[in-house]
Ligand binder design. Structure first.
Ligand code: FEO
Length: 399
């Protein structure tokens, strides 16, 4: 029984750690890996809650075999159909053909289209209950957290919320599964990066879900990624509440695109002026080096955002284009924006950033320096005006 990971005496973690995949959703970097969490509830009836990504399926099926110890699963609860959790459903169905698949009316069309499964379905609606014996499962719909079909499952007798992606994190579960067994300082960035990258677009649905679940007495949160929360339940809920309202701290993220260092010089100058004007939390990123994942994560932390780009073939630099497309796509709200750039003749970088400023509808700083070839002292004065505008606005907002 070496693989058994008890959550309670009858509930088990049967998930897997993935240290091999480099990009989550084939886009977001995974320097510390990711865990796919699945759970088994052993009772008169046995329920499995969610599955794992197919790449780690063999290990997963071994975990299930060990915990079920010759018994058969009665229910498979599908809280969320994204394939990082639904990827092993077909194998489970082959293994337990009589198992009822529990989902809602939006789950099943996806189940059929992804996996061709359309039998043994048990549809649940908001507030429905499944009685396993001692354990009782209640279901709550949380659409767009993270897909339209997403729901959460609440085990009422012990106050355990099986929350799907909500309250999840990047990072594998190294040696422990609970928040109080793991090094949360080490995982801190992976917790916020998971929120900002994966859930961040869905601030309003997250707020709706938090309101809906507020009345439940939640003692433990079993998400589909990251630690099981039992000692820091209130903390992780408070973080989600803050993040999903796009609440940020005093600070400024500067991102620049620079081919030969001239736009970079302007970024450094702006940063220096910001610090001199009392803004301590300044983060500078080179858009060609740092994946948008990390930049977006910083933007979810700090109110100020300053973007600078050289001109490139009459437009903005390609890696800045990627970043601003991503910011527009994620519809991040409530920031103060400054833009700057450089050009050697016709320009284009700053022009595109100004267009971005109009589209994203953030509050903007008036000064928009643009150097010709290399920045001169007038350009640095303009950089200082930009920094001054940003610093005084931030000070006003956080006084
Ligand atoms: Fe972890 Fe939206 O899947």
């Amino acid at each position: 029984m070496h693989n058994r990971n008890n959550i309670t005496d009858k509930i088990f973690w049967v998930g897997t750690n993935d240290r091999r995949t480099t990009l989550f959703e084939n886009y977001w970097p995974l320097p510390k890996g990711v865990a796919y969490n699945s759970y088994v509830i052993l009772d008169e009836k046995i329920a499995i809650v969610d599955t794992v990504e197919k790449g780690t399926m063999d290990e997963y099926l071994d975990n299930i075999t060990e915990v079920l110890d010759g018994r058969k699963a009665d229910y498979l609860v599908i809280n969320h159909m994204e394939p990082d959790h639904s990827g092993s459903i077909r194998s489970l169905v082959e293994r337990y053909p009589d198992m009822k698949i529990v989902g809602n009316k939006k789950t099943f069309p996806m189940l059929e289209r992804f996996y061709g499964i359309k039998e043994n379905l048990l549809e649940v609606k908001e507030g429905d209950l499944i009685d396993l014996g001692k354990h009782k499962l209640n279901f709550y719909m949380v659409p767009m957290l993270h897909w339209p079909e997403t729901m959460v499952t609440f085990e009422t007798t012990q106050g355990i919320l099986f929350s799907g992606d909500a309250f999840g994190a990047f990072g594998t579960l190294d040696g422990g599964i609970f928040d109080d067994e793991l090094d949360l300082d080490y995982l801190d960035e992976e917790i916020s990066r998971y929120y900002s990258n994966i859930v961040g677009k869905y601030g309003r649905p997250t707020q709706n879900a938090l309101k809906k679940l507020a009345g439940l007495e939640i003692k433990m949160i079993c998400a589909t990624h990251g630690p099981i929360w039992r000692s820091h339940v209130a903390d992780i809920i408070a973080k989600y509440d803050k993040w999903s309202q796009f609440k940020t701290d005093e600070g400024c993220v500067i991102v620049y695109s620079s081919m030969y260092g001239n736009t970079e010089k302007m970024a450094d100058n702006i940063a220096r002026q910001l610090v001199k004007k009392g803004i301590k939390k300044v983060r500078i990123h080179d858009s060609s080096k740092t994946h948008p994942s990390y930049i977006i994560n910083d933007i979810f932390k700090y109110r100020g955002v300053i973007l600078g780009s050289c001109a490139y073939n009459g437009d903005v630099f390609p890696t800045m284009e990627t970043l601003i497309n991503e910011l527009e796509h994620m519809a991040i709200k409530d920031h103060v924006l400054g833009v700057f750039g450089s050009k050697s003749w016709g320009g284009g970088g700053l022009k595109r950033l100004n267009k971005f400023a109009e589209e994203i509808k953030w509050e903007t700083i008036e000064a928009t320096p643009e150097a010709l070839c290399a920045p001169n002292s007038a350009d640095f004065d303009a950089c200082e005006a930009l920094a001054e505008g940003m610093a005084s606005r931030l000070k006003e907002l956080y006084k």
